[in-house]
Ligand binder design. Sequence first.
Ligand SMILES: Cc1ncc(COP(=O)(O)O)c(C=O)c1O
Length: 458
Amino acid sequence: MSHSELPADLTDSTTGESVTIQTEQGLYVDPKALSAHLPALSYRGDALYMEQVSIDELAKQYGTPCYVYSKQAILDVYQAYTDSFASLNHQVCYAVKANSNLAVLGVLAQAGAGFDIVSRGELMRVLAAGGAASRVVFSGVGKTYSDIEYALTQGIGCFNVESISELTLINEVAKSLNKPAPISLRVNPNVDAKTHPYISTGLKDNKFGITHEDALAVYQQAADLSHIDIVGIDCHIGSQLTEVEPFVAALDKVIELIHSLRDAGIELQHIDLGGGLGVRYIDETPVSIDEFAQALLPKLSELGLTVFFEPGRSIVANAGVLLTQVDVLKPTEHKNFAIVDAAMNDLIRPALYQAEMAVIPSMLPSAGIDTDGTQPWDIVGAICETGDFLAKDRLLSLATGDVLAITGAGAYGFTMSSNYNSRPRASEVMVSGDSHQLIRKRETIEALYADEALWQAQ
Ligand SMILES: Cc1ncc(COP(=O)(O)O)c(C=O)c1O
């Protein structure tokens, strides 16, 4: 492509809230304009910083690929939830699946957060990080006997029950331990969350929850079980919701049920609205936590119940970046490929959900945006899959050795990473002010096969 086809000055062309320019050749994301919308990230001169620490310094010290999280950014969002709902008895149960590093969990536990978990492993992490089991809700469609036994023994706050067979199993385990199990039913309200189909969970076609129509009868069944203690009602309709209307529609359906339950003599202590609030990755305009609260508070206040939330993405996504280095530049007749040292095994969101994530340089070209050097690039990993891409058709000025930051990577980044192609998982670092600390060592290749064995039997 000829350079003259690019807008003369890309930086002057972004307007209003948008930080991008879509050209025929690709998408230009203005790094400075984007960073102004992201907590903890800023350019000082040409250099990208997280809090008070230079990104290049972090890349040099810890190597790449490396996830870096801002402690303050995590705490600020947690605080925004607690401030916005201060007028209600409430509990923010951070969804561990979004980012389960012990340091992240520990910071949130210290701030007073509860947790939403979906496995025994996540509960063990919460306890290891200093979280209290009594402030944990246990979600998920496939809890096993031993998961339930472990959670009950630890004093779990509540099981979010997703089926009658799970309810029966919980009663059985509780009976064997002679310890009543606190439960809520996860109701599927059949509301369209208007998000990617893979992260929509509140429709009849989804595997989650008990249908709105069946919920009353299942509660009545639960009330008859000897070792079940009904404490709440729960619903989670999906993730990365940018509008408030689906939350309100789901809440209306749950409130309807709460009234029917009251009529049937079943009193609850809490309502759990799940997680799902979306974030700005590039140009999205999600409702703010405060707008979310304003829309829900009038309806919630009337109920007189404690309110639980299970936010994951909104707490950690924009607190994190994935740092990666450009290893190879491979221009071809049809496409330019920048092969970087992170790949789909490190960050699967682009491949799995067609997620668009911003890729910004650790160091801006010294003369500002260098339009002469700007080319459209596919940012890809070294994995043997065509689906191994982190971003496509991005207008960037690149050289080998450059360090890039993929923003919005704090949620569903490391936790969804794998060892595909025998690639060790990335290291993780936390930044606070001008200090930083390794919070997970990069895996060694030897560790990947240390638990395997050669075939020795005849
Ligand atoms: C039951 C439940 N609660 C909470 C969450 C967290 O959602 P988010 O990260 O979108 O806030 C999820 C995510 O899928 C979930 O399944």
